[in-house]
Design a protein around this ligand. Sequence first.
Ligand code: TMP
Length: 210
Amino acid sequence: MKKACFITFEGPDGSGKTTVSTYVVKALIDLGYDVIHTREPGGVDIAEQIRHVILDPKNTKMDVKTEVLLYAASRRQHLVEKILPALALNKIVICDRFVDSSLAYQGVARGVGFDEVYTVNRFAIDDHLPDLTVYLDLSAQTGLDRIAQRQYLDRLDQEKISFHEKVVEGYQEVLRHFKQRIVVIDANQEIQTVQKEALQAVLKKVKAYV
Ligand code: TMP
């Protein structure tokens, strides 16, 4: 019986993905599940190097299609080097961001086009979409207010509010397109409530697979 399960966390900047996914991973491990926690862009050495190039605030000259290709290249390496081998060992893989981020940020917010970015990404991921995606739903402004206190803001964090608003619009398109695999959680709630709801959604999926 299939045990492996690929779960992603998505949301605009400041939506609390890392805090919530870290909680879920710890809870799953405490329950005895075999889990790895990873992130995009990054997760393995080559992909982390690509992350550095993409997010360096100095790289203001980066063309939007270059950005699409770099995210897709980092995703490919991460998938083949880490995600697929872990799934082959029947592990649960929890990943902060995956292809939906490219569709929302590059496809819609950068204006490259949803279908164009999906085509590039299908080449990168073959047919490996997540089994479940937890979307942390928050307005662009609330997310930006939350990250304003951070010491370091990367090249995308530094984009104008209008860009981040388009990211949220982009995610609405992603939600319409992939309704069946995405669970939406209101990230305006207390963090403990968000964590509890995320864990419930993940456990429901994981139990269906074991
Ligand atoms: P992080 O802050 O969640 O680590 O992600 C880094 C930034 O990269 C964040 O602003 C979202 C952005 N991003 C994209 O624009 N496209 C992608 O495909 C991914 C994975 C992230």
